[in-house]
Design a protein around this ligand. Structure first.
Ligand SMILES: *Cc1c(COP(=O)(O)O)cnc(C)c1O
Length: 488
């Protein structure tokens, strides 16, 4: 399988590249992204064949049919990382919360958010490639709280890889911060930045653009890669759990093989939703992918009106911070798939220069064949959390945004999978508030919720509070470069 670029080729890069090159150097011509030239077929035979498969067998077969240039033994070892999930026999449980609504729980991994689904195996593969080639890579991440811990966890103690993670000081939950600052491996650096997530992200961009920093990396023979979802190495693993969730409904006899279902995806950078889109396109019987957002509802505007306009918008901080995003990178891959490279480049340039773009009516109709969208505000999410808690199911605020889409957007009453992207423990003060109790910090909220609802605190979370703090650096934006040079 070869990979091509969403904004066309600049004549300097190769016109088509392998998977391994696309994941080691994910930046494409004109600021575009790499996408596969075609997709393997997810036909009935494939699904039928995996009715009894373990998640890892399904994943291995899917990756093989994708034809990526990674040795089968490396893929197998990467998938072994799912053994670190709560139940190695069933890393992604799918549970009913309504007669026709099922929660696919993607958060049972090492850092309690769905980022582990892709970052765990992806991190292994990237590290092995770097070692095989004898190259050294630096991965830099700016995080609002979930990507950071998952990136550190997957690359810890991996030779040939260094990770630097920037987080907004005071902008994450206690659990998220502790997950980062207690990581002990010597190839990891964690820096708190004074400011919000936007400041952190722009500080990272400025650093990556600085010639002094580039020269410094070159002089040490260090290449830059990326572990966010612009890297297709993450997206490929985010197709698999959509297939798994479908098969799981067949297994549980909630649907017959071939029956259509809806997916509801709480979306930010659109990687999760893109995985669902590719699964649908490859043949998985999905009626539509319903996109759930918080009040930063740029995706709702795009999918319901064909407008992507951030010129009058300011990012609003919400209780679902992983979805507090105005530039949703992976939308570009859908635009490319539907409208081609020339149009994608045009739209992305309009977004960069005019801070907005509009689809034609025909383009909007094409988008709406696969997607619909809605959003919820914080108080709606808290009501959802409270209502389901009464029925014995605790969900996090990101997952809660899905329920409105489930209730309002389905044109037919088909069975629906909603994705739970984080465990309640990462957002425990919000969950406690939804259940009627204000807590001063995570420790109090974790205890209060576990005493007043039907959940327990997993050991990986409770242990965080007694682990040694390894990273204490908190700096102003302009001191990041100096910290990075010290680390390198
Ligand atoms: C990252 C994240 C999201 C958004 O996922 P995208 O693939 O970026 O759309 C949603 N919920 C949680 C908890 C996350 O960590």
């Amino acid at each position: 399988m070869q990979f091509i670029e969403t904004r066309g080729n600049d004549g300097q890069r190769a016109a088509e590249i392998n998977f391994s090159d696309a994941i080691l150097s994910p930046s494409a011509s004109f600021g575009g992204l790499y996408v596969p030239k075609s997709l393997p077929a997810l036909d009935r035979d494939f699904l039928q064949k995996h009715l009894k498969s373990h998640y890892k067998e399904l994943a291995a077969d899917f990756l093989e049919s994708f034809g990526i240039d990674i040795d089968a033994d490396i893929i197998a070892a990467a998938l072994e990382r799912y053994n670190g999930f709560d139940d190695p026999a069933d890393p992604v449980p799918v549970v009913a919360v309504e007669e026709d609504c099922f929660v696919s729980e993607l958060y049972h991994g090492q850092t309690r958010a769905f980022k582990d689904m892709a970052l765990q195996p992806f991190g292994y593969i990237l590290s092995r490639l770097a070692q095989q080639r004898g190259e050294n890579y630096l991965i830099m991440a700016a995080t609002s709280g979930d990507t950071g811990p998952a990136t550190l966890e997957t690359f810890k103690d991996q030779d040939n890889i260094k990770v630097a993670c920037l987080y907004p000081d005071g902008g994450t939950s206690d659990v998220q911060r502790l997950q980062m600052v207690t990581e002990a491996a010597s190839n990891l650096k964690v820096i708190g930045v004074k400011g919000n997530f936007d400041d952190t992200q722009s500080a990272l961009k400025a650093l990556l653009a600085s010639q002094e920093f580039k020269d410094e990396l070159a002089s040490r023979d260090i290449k830059l890669s990326a572990a966010n979802s612009v890297n297709f190495g993450r997206i490929i693993f985010q197709i698999i759990y959509h297939i798994h969730s479908y098969i799981e409904l067949v297994r549980q006899e909630k649907i017959a093989m071939g029956d259509p279902i809806y997916l509801v995806v709480p979306s930010g950078n659109f990687g999760n939703a893109l995985g669902g889109y590719y699964a649908k396109k490859a043949g998985l019987p999905i009626k539509k992918i319903l996109i759930a957002s918080n009040i930063n509802n740029i995706l709702t505007d795009l999918i319901t009106k064909g407008e992507y306009d951030i010129s009058h918008r300011e990012l609003i901080l919400t209780e679902s911070p992983a979805m507090d995003i105005l530039i949703s990178s992976n939308v570009e891959r859908v635009l490319f798939d539907k409208f081609g490279a020339a149009r994608t480049r045009e739209l992305m340039e309009q977004l960069a220069t005019q801070k907005s773009y509009s689809l034609t009516d025909a383009e909007l109709a094409a988008l709406r064949e696969d997607f619909d969208a809605s959003f919820s505000n914080d108080s709606e999410c808290e009501s959802v959390i409270a209502a389901y808690a009464k029925a014995g199911y605790i969900m996090d605020p990101h997952t809660a945004t899905c329920l409105r889409a489930y209730e309002e957007l389905r044109e037919e009453k088909l069975p629906t999978v909603i994705y739970s992207t984080a465990e309640w423990t990462k957002f425990s003060t919000t969950v406690a508030r939804a259940l009627g109790h204000e807590c001063k910090d995570d420790l109090e909220a974790l205890e209060w919720v576990s005493q007043n609802a039907t959940v327990t605190i997993p050991k990986v979370v409770s242990d965080l509070f007694s682990k040694e703090i390894k990273h204490t650096t908190v700096v102003e934006k302009d001191a990041i470069k100096e910290e990075m040079l010290k680390f390198l």
